[in-house]
Design a protein around this ligand. Structure first.
Ligand code: FES
Ligand SMILES: [Fe+2]
Length: 347
């Protein structure tokens, strides 16, 4: 199945893109260079000079434009050539593809497909908590040698926490409590509620930090998916009986895991993640610890996903079995397939 090009994907964190240094990154099998123009606006150009096809990533930034490292043509953020060394005349074809780029929700987004369809309104609002004033968000990037849908599969079935993350997020309660799955034409929601129990170590620690004592807790996992691979998890714990399910979560630890999953190629993925929280918001030591802990958790997922990817490639076409907990990921996969088929039919 071809990669979906007509979509917004996170390409970078804002601090990775500057006016001084090119960032070379492949998105949906399209090599690009990212930089900021004189106004500070992030831009993305194809990584190919229109003269003799030198990768622009082998050039450098000069006066907020890209200097090709071969014969020195210079390009602005719109991909227009603004200088040709040794000649005044700039031919009409002296330009390279500029991909639509928008900076929003604490990330830099790129649209690798048909630029005329790149409506910024299509950038998923579900990521708003990444830079929302009511939340404190920290995050990172995990590079995965695996197909991007394997990361969606992983996040849509959290029974794996009990096994892969048994020292942090998982315990018996996760597998003992069933999931509830709902969907619309363009979203999938999977939720699991665990009432009146001793939460898994990660949540137990954070609840203790907030309350100064251990208490029985209600824990929630609400996974929201939108194609191609945008996934936001509302997660957290609150003291039992405070009405967390009805929305009264302030007495506990309310977190939100934001996952923007961007295919690099069919076999590799830029996995941008963040953990936003509404507890201990000013605690910088906790912020640092959370980056380390969450990165460590996703590192465990990375190892698993790369193993799955390799095995799947060796066994292409062999049947697998499906379990009840797979319902969300199966719905998500069918949705992605539908979007990809629709895009192929309209190309
Ligand atoms: S290849 Fe870029 S200027 Fe010649
Ligand atoms: Fe995981």
């Amino acid at each position: 199945m071809a990669l979906i090009l007509n979509a917004w994907y996170v390409a970078a964190w804002p601090h990775e893109v500057s006016a001084e240094k090119l960032l070379s990154r492949t998105i949906c099998a399209l090599p690009m260079v990212f930089f900021r123009d004189a106004q500070g606006k992030a831009s993305a150009l194809e990584d190919r000079c229109c003269h003799r096809e030198m990768p622009l990533s082998q050039g450098w930034m000069e006066s907020c434009t890209v200097r090709c490292g071969y014969h020195g043509m210079r390009f602005d953020g719109a991909g227009q050539c603004v200088e040709i060394p040794g000649q005044e005349f700039i031919p009409p074809g002296a330009k390279v593809i500029a991909y639509p780029v928008v900076e929003r929700h604490g990330w830099i987004w790129v649209w690798p497909g048909d630029a005329s369809r790149a409506d910024p309104k299509l950038i998923p609002e579900m990521f708003a908590r990444n830079d929302h004033p009511d939340w404190t968000s920290v995050g990172g990037t995990t590079y995965v040698r695996g197909h991007y849908e394997l990361i969606s599969d992983n996040l849509l079935d959290l029974t794996h926490e009990t096994f892969i993350h048994r020292e942090s997020l998982g315990n018996q309660a996760v597998i003992d409590h069933p999931i509830e799955v709902e969907h619309t034409d363009s979203t999938v929601t999977v939720q699991r509620w665990m009432f009146n129990h001793e939460p898994a170590p990660f949540w137990k620690r954070n609840l203790f930090l907030k309350l100064g004592r251990d208490v029985p807790a209600d824990r929630w996992q609400i996974i929201n998916f939108a194609p191609p691979a945008n996934i936001v998890l509302d997660v957290g714990v609150a003291p039992t009986g405070m009405g967390a399910r009805e929305g009264n979560r302030g007495a506990g630890c309310e977190g939100c895991n934001l996952n923007a999953i961007t295919p690099e190629t069919e076999d590799s993925t830029w996995y941008f993640w963040a953990f936003a929280r509404r507890f201990q918001r000013e605690d910088e030591a906790l912020s640092k610890k959370l980056i380390e802990q969450v990165a460590g958790i996703f590192e465990q997922d990375r190892v698993a996903i790369e193993g799955v990817h390799e095995t799947m490639k060796r066994n292409r076409g062999r049947p697998v079995i499906h379990l009840i907990a797979d319902k969300g990921q199966n719905l998500a996969r069918r949705m992605v397939e539908g979007v990809a088929e629709n895009e192929a039919a309209n190309r």
